[in-house]
Design a protein around this ligand. Structure first.
Ligand code: NAD
Length: 510
């Protein structure tokens, strides 16, 4: 048994008290929002109670973030990188406890909880390197004695809204990059995962307070209707980076666009694997298992649709179904467990309803399908349903371990089925045929932001830009040049001559 109280205490949280969920430069002792409970989904037990922020508390955070921005933006980027480096070191020291808290609060298995903290550390290291590489271009000017260049300046305070299923990694994708770019931030985590957020904030505070940089990273735990709505409508925040459902993204996108602000939207997925007769089936089996069952089907990149050639469907599905029998479901803190619980009873209900809809729409249950009511917590079985692409439920993202199996005859048909959903996050093909793989990666192939060959849909590395197309929102975070979204680009033209030639040959002489 894990001693949750000890883990929480080492992360600066007293579970016997009502914990403050608001840090505006420093911890607010008595936030004015309602008190919520953090529940361990593996047991249903309360981990701690958290006081959320009111609109006024949010305003306090926004003021602090705006005020601190005015100084932080002028600190040289490599010096900002040094602050991020120290935060990263602190996270490394507390990886075990923070990983365990992810397991306790979200129900992720131990290695995934630790993996999430490792992802934060990786992001920190990436951002430290980036702090010396915020490059602009020098551009050839058409005018004599002129030079053109672009430079990147800090943008402003950033609002970061995160989902429950990556409660700390998504903060790091945003916060580490935003910080080296010279932005301050206000974090609104999911109200389902306030403790992991408070723990991260506590660790960050230990670093930034002695360095005199309180107010760069702010936290406002709160409900969508109060803190969330205040944040997205706030003109002090030029950028809102929001991760969550498509429904949330539609609202956030519309409100922020209404004030001509910028968004990075990281929304739902409906990810597929195309499995062709030329695939390595051992590899495909392992990849399908992890992508479909990992995190109990609660990853944005979870495999939801297996598009398989009809000639191999039966034996392959039988193989996956057999492999499902070996999946240990249970306490996520136990090293042997491969699948933990869903996040809350509503998620179990959504699983149940999706299976009812699948049945009503003509789907056949191949494996699983049961809610595990014999134990406390919110556990279900990993499930396989034979389905047709035109079944409406197949177009929806149900955040649970349900894999729809769809068959195809011609490769073009597989691509058409693949792209026929509104979301466009992650995708993969399993084939040893070079031409099939290249067609999948070509412009007529996968329409997703992530397209893999012979690896599954989930488990991206931080070095690449992460995000998706269509209803997934179009945003990109983490690696590559995603940092550009957190800065403002300025094009500068400098005249070192004594005349004033105009571009495009325009004459305007007196
Ligand atoms: P959710 O949409 O219910 O909530 C996400 C966050 O948005 C929460 O913090 C919530 O309080 C906030 N929110 C909701 N309405 C808001 C509003 N009107 N204004 C401001 N904030 C608002 O999502 P969830 O259940 O926590 O997470 C699961 C979803 O997130 C899935 O759809 C999953 O695919 C998606 N997700 C996407 C990515 C990605 O990178 N594309 C990553 C993780 C999760």
């Amino acid at each position: 048994m894990v001693d949750a109280t000890a883990v929480l205490k080492r992360l600066g949280i007293d579970p016997a008290a009502v914990v403050s969920g608001v840090h505006a430069g420093s911890r607010l002792e008595k936030p004015g929002g309602e008190v919520i409970e953090s529940i361990n989904p593996a047991s249903g037990a309360t981990l701690a109670r958290v006081a959320t922020g009111s609109k006024e508390d949010y305003d306090h955070c926004a003021q602090k973030a705006s005020e601190t921005f005015r100084a932080w933006r002028s600190l040289p980027a490599p010096a900002r990188g040094e602050v991020v480096r120290r935060i990263t070191e602190t996270l490394r020291l507390h990886k075990e406890d923070l990983g365990m808290l992810v397991t306790l609060e979200v129900g992720k298995i131990r290695s995934e909880g630790l993996g999430e903290v490792q992802e934060m550390i990786d992001m920190g290291e990436f951002a430290v390197g980036l702090s010396r590489q915020l490059y602009g271009l020098t551009i050839a000017s058409e005018r004599p004695d002129h030079r053109m260049m672009e430079q990147w300046h800090p943008l402003g305070p950033v609002g970061v809204i995160t989902a429950f299923n990556f409660p700390v990694a998504v903060w790091a994708w945003n916060a580490m990059i935003a910080a080296v770019c010279g932005d301050t931030l206000i974090w609104k985590p999911s109200p389902l995962t306030p403790l992991t957020a408070i723990a991260v904030q506590n660790l960050v505070d230990r670093v930034v307070e002695p360095m005199g940089w309180s107010g760069v990273f702010n936290l406002c735990v709160g409900e969508a209707q109060t803190v969330g709505e205040s944040m997205i409508a706030d003109p002090r925040l030029p950028l809102i980076s929001a991760t969550g459902s498509c429904r949330m993204g539609r609202r956030v996108g519309a409100v922020v666009a209404g004030r001509l602000g910028r968004t990075i939207l990281e929304l739902g997925g409906n990810n597929a694997v195309i499995l062709t007769p030329k695939a390595n089936f051992d590899l495909a089996t392992r990849a399908v298992l992890f992508a479909a069952v990992g995190t109990a089907g609660q990853r944005c990149t979870t495999l939801r649709r297996l598009i398989i050639h009809e000639s191999i469907a039966e034996p392959f599905v039988a193989r996956i179904a057999r492999a499902f029998e070996g999946i240990v479901i249970g306490d996520p803190a136990d090293e042997r467990t491969l699948m933990g619980p869903l996040i809350r009873p509503q998620a179990v209900e959504a699983y149940r309803k999706a299976l009812e809809a699948a049945r009503a729409q003509g789907g056949d249950l191949v494996k699983g399908g049961r809610v595990l009511e014999d134990r406390p917590g919110f556990f279900v079985e990993p499930t396989i349903v034979r389905a047709r692409p035109d079944m409406p439920i197949v177009g929806e993202e149900t955040f649970a371990p349900i894999l729809y199996v769809l068959t195809y005859r011609e490769f073009d048909e597989a691509l058409a089925i693949h792209n026929a959903v509104e979301q466009g996050l992650s995708s993969a093909i399993f084939t040893d045929d070079l031409l099939e793989a290249e067609r999948f990666l070509g412009p007529e192939g996968s329409d997703c932001g992530i397209a893999n060959v012979n690896i599954g849909t989930s488990g991206a590395e931080i070095g690449g830009a992460f995000g998706g197309e269509k209803a997934t929102g179009g945003g990109r975070e983490a690696g590559s040049d995603s940092w550009k979204a957190y800065m403002r680009r300025q094009t500068c033209t400098i005249n070192r001559g004594k005349t004033l030639p105009l571009a495009q040959g325009v004459k305007f002489d007196l």
